[in-house]
Design a protein around this ligand. Structure first.
Ligand SMILES: NC(=O)C1=CN([C@@H]2O[C@H](COP(=O)(O)OP(=O)(O)OC[C@H]3O[C@@H](n4cnc5c(N)ncnc54)[C@H](OP(=O)(O)O)[C@@H]3O)[C@@H](O)[C@H]2O)C=CC1
Ligand SMILES: O=C(CO)COP(=O)(O)O
Length: 335
């Protein structure tokens, strides 16, 4: 692998570390940057990320680094993996160091806080449209990736040179499949809205509802995600793919999901802040619920499940009342 093909992962939480594992296992020189110098020093010493992804020893080509400038000087590919509320701050930090050779990919799942804008719009505003950009999204729990378990993901870009080069670095025929997709809107929206629906799935299970209710929620959640996406010009097919249906099913049905666990805790009677504290990592869906609410209003798209979850999280509506409000809606056609 050429020096110029090295990647700097910006964000050393569970997912940034897991993606760094996947790249480094393929022999790609991979720098892992985090804002906490002490945590990066500890990773350099122990060759593990004990805080966010304990128990997995770094491959040789995974190099923790606490200098953002050094990372940007050494790599043309920057993979941003911070929570979406920190996305714009990170772009502002990297902007002065960007050269025409840099390409930026992000794996953050969410929208811009308080506006509901998609992150590629935030990127274009801060960085401009000349820097090649791509988005990674799909059903991928960090721990399973670090363990090398079979996984598939979507890489979305309208820049085919970037898609081709970066997917070759990440794809591994022994168990990490990278699918390509040029629908930036659909892919990003899937990653944000599934976090909200996963909170709903957790809520339902926390209230003691069964598999029928969970599956109905996933299916109608997909319908409202698709409705919003199509109103924004996204392709219907994206919602049937890895970053749509795939991530929705994964996150709604498995307790590795922090969004689902947050919902479960709420359904079992914890307050929003107690439920949040019980997770200890980012719960994107909390902010995403407000962002999706703003975006749906702007687009004048009906999203009843997301609206009820918004009412629980932001207006203090009891979870059971929200569930009854959904069940009691006027009977309607499925299409
Ligand atoms: N974990 C997973 O399985 C998956 C996660 N994702 C997405 O990846 C993104 C990151 O999530 P994940 O890694 O899981 O979250 P974690 O909670 O595991 O880690 C968050 C990381 O982001 C860092 N961070 C937070 N704010 C900033 C900032 N302003 N500047 C720099 N670094 C910052 C934190 O640093 P510090 O420790 O100093 O606070 C920490 O290293 C999210 O959008 C999530 O939806 C997507 C697919 C799967
Ligand atoms: O996005 C994810 C899996 O694809 C991770 O989901 P959580 O953020 O709910 O843990």
């Amino acid at each position: 692998m050429k020096q110029s093909s090295s990647v700097s992962v910006i964000g050393a939480g569970s997912y940034g570390t897991a993606l760094a594992f996947c790249l480094a296992r393929n022999g790609v020189k991979t720098f892992l940057w985090g804002r906490d110098n002490a945590a990066i020093s500890a990773m350099q010493q122990s060759r593990t990320n004990e805080q966010y992804l304990p128990g997995f020893t770094f491959p040789e080509s995974l190099l923790p680094n606490s200098s953002l400038t050094d990372c940007l000087q050494q790599s043309q590919y920057l993979l941003v993996v911070v929570p979406s509320h920190a996305f714009s701050d990170v772009l502002i930090d990297i902007k002065p160091h960007l050269t025409p050779a840099h390409k930026v990919i992000w794996a953050s799942k969410g929208l811009e806080p308080k506006t509901g804008r998609l992150l590629h719009d935030v990127f274009d505003e801060i960085i401009g449209t000349n820097t090649p950009k791509a988005v990674l999204s799909g059903p991928t729990f960090a721990k399973e990736m670090a363990a090398g378990l079979p996984t598939a993901i979507t890489l979305s870009s309208t820049n085919s040179d970037l898609s081709s080069a970066f997917s070759q670095m990440l794809h591994n025929p022994k168990g990490f499949r990278v699918y390509l997709n040029d629908d930036l809107v659909g892919v990003q929206l899937g990653g944000a809205v599934k976090n909200v629906i996963a909170i709903g799935a957790g809520l339902g299970d926390g209230l003691g509802f069964g598999a029928n209710a969970r599956t109905a929620l996933i299916t109608r959640g997909l319908a409202e995600l698709t409705r919003l996406g199509v109103s924004l010009g996204a392709s219907y097919e994206s919602f049937m793919g890895m970053s749509g249906l795939g991530d929705l099913v994964l996150t709604c049905t498995d307790n590795q999901s922090r969004n689902r666990r947050f919902g479960l805790a709420l359904g079992q009677g914890l307050s929003v802040s107690e439920a949040m504290d019980s997770i200890g990592q980012v719960v994107e869906g909390y902010r995403n619920t407000e962002e999706v609410h703003i975006l749906a209003q702007k687009q004048q798209v009906e999203m009843p499940i997301c609206e009820q979850i918004y009412a629980v999280l932001y207006d203090g509506k009891p979870a059971k009342e929200a569930a009854l409000a959904l069940l009691g809606r006027e009977q309607k056609s499925e299409q």
